[in-house]
Design a protein around this ligand. Structure first.
Ligand code: FES
Length: 161
């Protein structure tokens, strides 16, 4: 992920240069959005008209794609992405409580980011390691057999308390 905390002006400059590249290479909208998100960390809504212009689309078409694909974000995200599994196995083995505890420790709700951009919290469908349920994923690391003690040691009294 790119430098999430970059200034809006610097982000705009980087996005403009990505759009300029895409003109030469005839990128599709989705690869362009992915590249912007990779470099800047999210897709600032104010840049949607420029993206549309770059590809000869209407802003509403760009907005529609961003809204449709959950992989795209229009607000800055945290340096660390925490995903609590809400699949069936994790759910029946206490995933709901784990989610509640993670929310408490981070001081944010699902879909939110801590004020210092340290963490964003999401839930995910089954991640395929049900034997370790309930599971929490932090970035690329899976933490299985979660319990309240493990949640506390992962996040401590981080923020929002
Ligand atoms: S339900 Fe959580 S890993 Fe399968």
């Amino acid at each position: 992920m790119g430098e999430v905390m970059g200034s809006a002006k610097a982000d705009l400059k980087r996005i403009d240069s990505i759009i300029a590249d895409c003109r030469g290479q005839r990128w599709g909208l989705i690869p362009l959005l992915q590249e912007i998100q990779r470099v800047v960390g999210y897709i600032p809504p104010a840049t949607i008209p420029r993206i549309a212009r770059g590809l000869g689309l209407f802003p509403s078409q760009v907005q529609g794609v961003i809204t449709f694909y959950t992989q795209f974000y229009t607000t800055p995200r945290g340096k660390n992405i925490v995903r609590v599994c809400r699949g069936t196995a994790c759910h029946v083995r206490g995933g709901k409580t784990i989610l509640k505890l993670v929310k408490q420790h981070l001081g944010i709700e699902e879909g939110e980011t801590t004020p210092d951009f340290g963490y964003s919290l999401e839930t995910v469908a089954c991640i395929g390691v049900c034997a370790l349920a309930p599971n929490v994923v932090v970035n690329a690391d899976i933490y299985g057999n979660m319990n309240p003690k493990k949640v506390a040691s992962l996040f401590g009294d981080y923020g929002g308390q």
